[in-house]
Design a protein around this ligand. Structure first.
Ligand code: F3S
Length: 289
C-alpha cells in the first residue's frame, strides 16, 4: 500500500502566525481569553488551554484587560465595543482575511452593496460584513441576491477566504447574468486565500490517482470540510480529526492512499495519521502471512 502525503499540509501561514502571537501574549499575561476559537481545531484549542488561554464567545465574558482576536478577524464595531471597555486587543487576524475586510470597506464606501460568497454564520464572514458597515449580505445561494427588490444599482462581490475557487466563479457567473439583465453594475474581487487555492488544487490532483483520501482536520473547520467535499467527488474520502479515528475497514483492498490536511491542522497530527496507516498496513500484511 502506497501512502502519499500532499506537499501543503500542517498549519497555513495565517494560523501559524495566530498561534505564535497568542502563545507570546500568554507568556506575557496570565489568564488570556480569545474571542471565539482562535482556530477551528480541537487539539490546538486544548494546547492553548494548557497555556491558560480560553475561548469566550461574548465580550461580556472577557476576564482580563486584553483579548486575542482570532485569525478570522472581527468587525470594527465589535473591536470598538471591546476598546470602549478599556480592554486591549491582540489582533491575530490573518493578513489575507484583512485584505477581504479592506475590500469590503472600500466597496461599501464607494456605494456598492457588498455580497459575500460564504457561510453567513462564519465569524470571518460576519466580520467582513461589519467592515462593509453591514451594507451587504452573505450567502452561497445566488437567488438570495437575485431576489433583492430592487436589485442594488451597484453590487460588489467578494468571497470568504476559504471557499472553493470554482464554486465562487460559478456564483459570480450567475450574478453577472442577474446584474446585466437588471442594469446593475457588478464589481468582483477574488478574495480566496492563496494557501487554500494551493491545498485544494493538490487535493484534487491527489484524489484523482488514489483509491482512498484521508482529510485531516477539525470537523468545525470550513476549509477542511471543503477539502473533504472536493475529494469525495473523486474518490472514497474520510475526514479524520486524529489518527485514532481511522477504521481498518477503510483500508481493505486499497493500494494507494492520499493524505491532505486543513489549514488549521498541526503537522504532528498529519504525521500521526501517516504513522498509523503505516502501522495498520504492516500489521495487515503480517496477518496475511
Ligand atoms: Fe489566512 Fe488563508 Fe490561513 S486566509 S488563516 S492563510 S487559510
Amino acid at each position: 500500500m502506497k501512502i502519499e502525503k500532499a506537499r501543503h499540509t500542517g498549519f497555513c501561514f495565517g494560523v501559524r502566525r495566530a498561534i505564535d502571537l497568542a502563545e507570546k501574549a500568554a507568556a506575557e499575561r496570565h489568564g488570556l481569553d480569545t474571542l471565539g476559537a482562535i482556530v477551528h481545531n480541537r487539539q490546538v484549542l486544548e494546547h492553548l488551554a494548557r497555556l491558560g488561554i480560553r475561548a469566550v464567545n461574548d465580550i461580556d465574558d472577557i476576564r482580563g484587560k486584553a483579548v486575542v482576536i482570532s485569525s478570522h478577524g472581527i468587525s470594527p464595531q465589535r473591536a470598538e465595543a471591546i476598546r470602549s471597555r478599556q480592554i486591549d486587543i491582540i489582533d491575530t487576524t490573518c493578513p489575507f482575511v484583512h485584505r477581504a475586510q479592506l475590500a469590503a470597506r472600500r466597496l461599501a464606501k464607494a456605494g456598492f452593496f457588498v455580497a459575500v460568497y460564504g457561510e453567513a454564520e462564519h465569524p470571518e464572514v460576519k466580520g467582513i460584513l461589519g467592515w462593509a458597515q453591514d451594507k451587504g449580505i452573505a450567502t452561497m445561494d445566488v437567488q438570495v441576491v437575485a431576489s433583492l427588490d430592487p436589485l442594488p444599482r451597484r453590487i460588489g462581490l467578494l468571497s470568504q477566504t476559504t471557499q472553493t475557487p470554482e464554486q465562487f466563479a460559478e456564483f459570480a457567473k450567475k450574478l453577472i447574468d442577474v446584474a446585466f439583465t437588471q442594469n446593475s453594475e457588478l464589481h468582483i474581487i477574488d478574495t480566496i486565500c492563496h494557501d487554500i487555492r494551493a491545498r485544494q488544487a493538490e487535493a484534487v490532483k491527489l484524489a484523482r490517482k488514489v483509491d482512498l483520501m484521508l482529510v485531516v482536520g477539525g470537523r468545525s473547520s470550513a476549509n477542511t470540510n471543503h477539502l473533504a467535499q472536493l475529494c469525495a467527488r473523486l474518490t472514497e474520502t474520510h475526514l479524520v480529526e486524529t489518527a485514532a479515528e481511522i477504521q481498518p475497514s477503510w483500508l481493505e483492498g486499497k493500494r494507494h492512499i492520499g493524505i491532505v490536511s486543513g489549514a488549521s491542522t498541526d503537522e504532528t497530527t498529519v504525521n500521526e495519521v501517516v504513522a498509523k496507516l503505516e502501522e495498520m498496513n504492516q500489521s495487515g500484511a503480517n496477518l496475511k502471512r
